[in-house]
Design a binder for this molecule. Sequence first.
Ligand SMILES: C[S@@+](CC[C@H](N)C(=O)[O-])C[C@H]1O[C@@H](n2cnc3c(N)ncnc32)[C@H](O)[C@@H]1O
Length: 177
Amino acid sequence: MNIWDRAYQNNKKFRQLSFDDLNFVLEKLDLKLNNQILEIGCGTGFLSRQLYHRGFKVTGIDSSEIAIKQAKKSSIFVDYYYQDAIEFLANNQAKYNLIISKYTIAFIEDLERFLTLATDNLTKDGQILIISPQISTLPDDKKFIAIDNQKLTQICQKLNLKIEIITRNQDDYIFIG
Ligand SMILES: C[S@@+](CC[C@H](N)C(=O)[O-])C[C@H]1O[C@@H](n2cnc3c(N)ncnc32)[C@H](O)[C@@H]1O
């Protein structure tokens, strides 16, 4: 059992995207109905289900077995897998119009490998959207849960990926690709 399993066992919940936040994201992304979306670090799957209800085909993966068990109980319409992000991306054959990840990327050690593999899993016009808590809103002892935007920007430049960071409420919305 990992730390996330323990958190989910204790019914831990994370801030959710509001209806307006989701509208903002979908307007920016220009997705089509039935487009394929992969959510990395989906937890108990709330965002994946929100996206399914907006008309997309959604796969959610998470490395917490307990979170994925809870996610599977909540919907049969989203495909949920208990797997590590890197492992999944390295072995997956499908292509996605969007790879989305909320409050998770700060916990993935090799960001460059993650972005390289995620890009390989995108359709030609596909995009990556990372949602991270805005670092300046966090107390010092919580800053590790936010992505380092400078480091991320440098990796994107190295991989020749376009990056746009929009701060909204307490979060950064980072559009890549
Ligand atoms: C802060 S929680 C966010 C969960 C969900 N995205 C949300 O916003 O409610 C971080 C999640 O990332 C998952 N996670 C951490 N490292 C991961 C990895 N290497 N591969 C897949 N999931 C991972 C954890 O299990 C946890 O569910």
